[in-house]
Ligand binder design. Structure first.
Ligand SMILES: Cc1ncc(COP(=O)(O)O)c(C=O)c1O
Length: 352
C-alpha cells in the first residue's frame, strides 16, 4: 500500500478472481471456462486481424455489433460490445446508480457486483436468497429507486428464474433499470433478450467467455433499448473508447460465424453436467439445480474447504467460497467427459 492512497481506495476490497496457477498442469475446474478450444474460424480471423495491429481498432466494434444484432433479432443501436461482460456490468453501475439510487442484488451472487458499487462509491443493498438459494421475486417488488441486478442463472448456485418470473420483476420496477446478467444462459436457461422490445428498463448482459470459448479474448455485450445503450456508450467513451481490441473483435465475429460449434459444445457441457450430478449424488453429494456450466455441491461429511484442498493436492482445481452461507459447498466447472471422470475418480480417493 502506498502512502498516497485515496480514502476510497483504502476502503476498497477488490474482487478475487479464481486461481490461474502456472506451477503445474491442473484439471482446471475452477473458473467456468469452456473446455473446448475457440472455433477454428475465430482463431483464423484473429490471426488475420493481427496484421492490422499497428492501427487503432474500430471503437464502435461495428461489424461485431451488427452481427450480434442480427443473431439476437434486435437493432444495432440496441447492442453494446465490451471488454468482457464485467465491463458492461461496470458501465451499468456507473450509468444507473447514484447516491440515492442503490444497486440491489442477492446476498449470494456474482462477487463482482459489490466491488463495482464500492469502487465508484455507490451504495448497494443485499437481498437474501431463500434457505435453498432460490430467489423470491416478490423481494424485488416495491424497492423504491434502485438498480436491480440479477444473475440469471445465478452464480455460484447455478439456479435460474424463468423469463416469466423476470418479467414480473420488470413489471414491478417500471422506473428502475433491471440488469439481467446472462453469463451462463446458453446452458439451459431462458434468455430475456426477447423482452427488450417490451421493457425500456431492461438491460441483458452476456459473455463470450463461457459458451463461446473466448474467456481470454475478453468479450461481452449488452442488449437493451436504444436510450439505455446510448447511456452505456457515454460511459464507455468516457472510460476507454477502444475497449475491444482488433483481434478480439475479429475472433468474436469468427465465433458467431460458427454457431453450430457453439451449440454442439453447449450440448456436450450440459450432458457432462447431468452425468457429473448423477455421479456426485451416488456419492452422497447434494447439488443445486444448475442451468450453467458448473455445479454447486456439498457433501454431508466433507467440508467444502477440505474437498477443495484435497482435490488441489491431487491436481484438481475447483472453487471454494468462504462466506458463511456457502462455505460447505464447492463450485465445480463442467469440463470434458475425461476431466469429469478424473474428478469423480479423485473424489472417490478422498472419500475413502
Ligand atoms: C455471473 C457472472 N457474470 C459475469 C461474469 C463476467 O464474465 P466475463 O467478464 O468474462 O464476460 C462472470 C464471470 O465468471 C459471472 O460469473
Amino acid at each position: 500500500m502506498s502512502r498516497f492512497q485515496s480514502e476510497k481506495l483504502r476502503a476498497l476490497t477488490p474482487y478475487t478472481p479464481g486461481e490461474q496457477p502456472r506451477d503445474m498442469q491442473y484439471n482446471k475446474l475452477n473458473t467456468n471456462e469452456s473446455p473446448f478450444a475457440p472455433s477454428e474460424k475465430a482463431i483464423a480471423a484473429a490471426a488475420e486481424a493481427a496484421k492490422r495491429l499497428h492501427l487503432y481498432n474500430d471503437p464502435t466494434s461495428r461489424a461485431l455489433t451488427d452481427k450480434l444484432a442480427a443473431l439476437y433479432g434486435v437493432e444495432s443501436d440496441e447492442v453494446i460490445v465490451t471488454n468482457g461482460s464485467d465491463e458492461v456490468l461496470d458501465f451499468a453501475f456507473q450509468a444507473f446508480c447514484d447516491a440515492d439510487v442503490p444497486a440491489v442484488f442477492a446476498d449470494i451472487t456474482y462477487g463482482f457486483y459489490p466491488v463495482f458499487a464500492a469502487r465508484s462509491g455507490l451504495p448497494y443493498q443485499l437481498v437474501p436468497l431463500r434457505e435453498d438459494f432460490t430467489l423470491n421475486i416478490a423481494d424485488y417488488f416495491d424497492l423504491g429507486r434502485a438498480l436491480v441486478v440479477i444473475a440469471n442463472p445465478n452464480a455460484p448456485t447455478g439456479i435460474a428464474l424463468s423469463r416469466g418470473e423476470i418479467e414480473q420483476i420488470l413489471l414491478h420496477n417500471r422506473d428502475n433499470v433491471v440488469v439481467v446478467d446472462e453469463a451462463y444462459v446458453d446452458f439451459g436457461a431462458e434468455s430475456c433478450v426477447p423482452l427488450i422490445k417490451k421493457y425500456d428498463n431492461l438491460l441483458v448482459t452476456q459473455t463470450f467467455s463461457k459458451s463461446r470459448s473466448l474467456a481470454g479474448g475478453r468479450l461481452g455485450f449488452g442488449i437493451g433499448c436504444k436510450s439505455l445503450i446510448a447511456d452505456l456508450h457515454t460511459i464507455r467513451y468516457s472510460t476507454n473508447p477502444y475497449n475491444v481490441n482488433t483481434m478480439t473483435q475479429a475472433a468474436g465475429l469468427g465465433v458467431l460465424c460458427d454457431e453450430d460449434y457453439t451449440r454442439r459444445n453447449c450440448a456436450t457441457v450440459m450432458a457432462n453436467r447431468e452425468w457429473t450430478v448423477a455421479e456426485l449424488k451416488k456419492r452422497g453429494f447434494e447439488t443445486t439445480d444448475s442451468k450453467t456450466n458448473f455445479v454447486f455441491a456439498k457433501h454431508p461429511s466433507v467440508s467444502g474447504e477440505y474437498l477443495y484442498t484435497e482435490l488441489k493436492k491431487r491436481g484438481v482445481l475447483v472453487r471454494h467460497f468462504t462466506s458463511e452461507r456457502i462455505r460447505d459447498y464447492a463450485r465445480i466447472t463442467i469440463g470434458s467427459r475425461e476431466q469429469m471422470e478424473a474428478l469423480i475418480k479423485t473424489i472417490d480417493e478422498i472419500l475413502e
